[in-house]
Design a protein around this ligand. Structure first.
Ligand SMILES: Nc1ncnc2c1ncn2[C@@H]1O[C@H](COP(=O)(O)OP(=O)(O)OP(=O)(O)O)[C@@H](O)[C@H]1O
Ligand SMILES: [Mg+2]
Length: 262
């Protein structure tokens, strides 16, 4: 992989917090402004692949083959309906990965190795993780330069977040010393809910400028889009959720500029 690529893993061990929705729509927004973007679907559920309209019959090779080292990125990547956005899809085969690879010394570094070997140039590589700290998520954390954390605006959000930050620290001390926090994005925000506003305030107090200004609203168009195999941004560009993801992408790019300048 070109060393100019920014590899970002979208992670949170909690299920249903908006990881995949963020992966798909952030990637689409980045691609729409001309970045070359790759998504690697690392979840056996394959929600990112389905949400980007990849038919199951077209997933003859997948991220499983990439992790097993039998195929390269070039051999597993598929185009999507979004120009500049490609995906390495996933299949249920990934469920077996952990068991099959448990004894291998390099088991955490499979993805890093595969991405390192790739000759295609992407400015952003987005890794969509399953809801657990398993070997798939560890491969993502070992391969990535940074972690982007979607946090659902609800009561238990902060509790899960401290566990996640602790895991990132452990990863830094062991397999990936340069792993950074890309940012925290608050998802499914409902302005009519007082508790949601309280969570936003708490997270901002606790994590300061690591938290993106953009709040992703709870928006029915965003939840409908995957059933049409489309990112929300293609399904309904004007809806509040799509607009929020475009705004998030511009914050991500702005921070990248600042980081590079520093
Ligand atoms: N902003 C939003 N507004 C409305 N619904 C949303 C929004 N973001 C996500 N959802 C819906 O919430 C559900 C969970 O979202 P998503 O699949 O992105 O979470 P996830 O963290 O990837 O889940 P998992 O842990 O199972 O991988 C989905 O049905 C999705 O369509
Ligand atoms: Mg998901």
């Amino acid at each position: 992989m070109n060393y100019n690529s920014r590899i970002i893993t979208i992670a949170n061990q909690k299920g249903g917090v908006g990881k995949t929705t963020t992966a798909i729509n952030l990637a689409t927004a980045l691609a729409a402004i001309g970045e070359q973007v790759l998504i690697v679907d690392l979840d056996p559920q394959g929600n990112a692949s389905t949400g980007l309209g990849i038919d199951r019959r077209d997933r003859s090779v997948s991220s499983y083959d990439l992790l097993m080292g039998t195929h390269t990125v070039e051999q597993t990547v598929l185009p999507t309906a979004v120009p500049n956005l490609s995906i390495v899809p996933s299949t249920m085969d990934l469920l077996g990965f952990e068991m099959e690879i448990a004894q291998e010394a390099d088991r955490v570094f499979r993805l890093r190795h595969a991405l390192g070997q790739a000759s295609l140039c992407y400015t952003y590589v987005i890794l969509d993780c399953p809801p657990s700290f398993n070997l798939l998520t560890m491969n993502a954390m070992a391969a990535a330069q940074s972690v982007l954390v979607p946090l659902q605006c609800e009561f238990f959000a902060l509790e899960g977040l401290s566990q996640l930050l602790e895991t990132v620290n452990q990863v830094r001390q062991t397999v990936n010393p340069s792993l950074d926090i890309q940012g925290i994005v608050l998802t499914m925000f409902d302005s009519r809910n007082n508790l949601a506003q309280q969570v936003v305030n708490d997270v901002r107090t606790y994590l300061g400028d690591k938290v993106y200004h953009t709040l992703i609203p709870r928006n029915v168009r965003v939840s409908e889009a995957p059933s049409y195999g489309k990112p929300a941004i293609l399904y309904d560009l004007k809806c509040a959720g799509s607009q929020a993801y475009l705004q998030l992408a511009s914050e991500v790019i702005q921070r990248e500029r600042q980081r590079k300048a520093a």
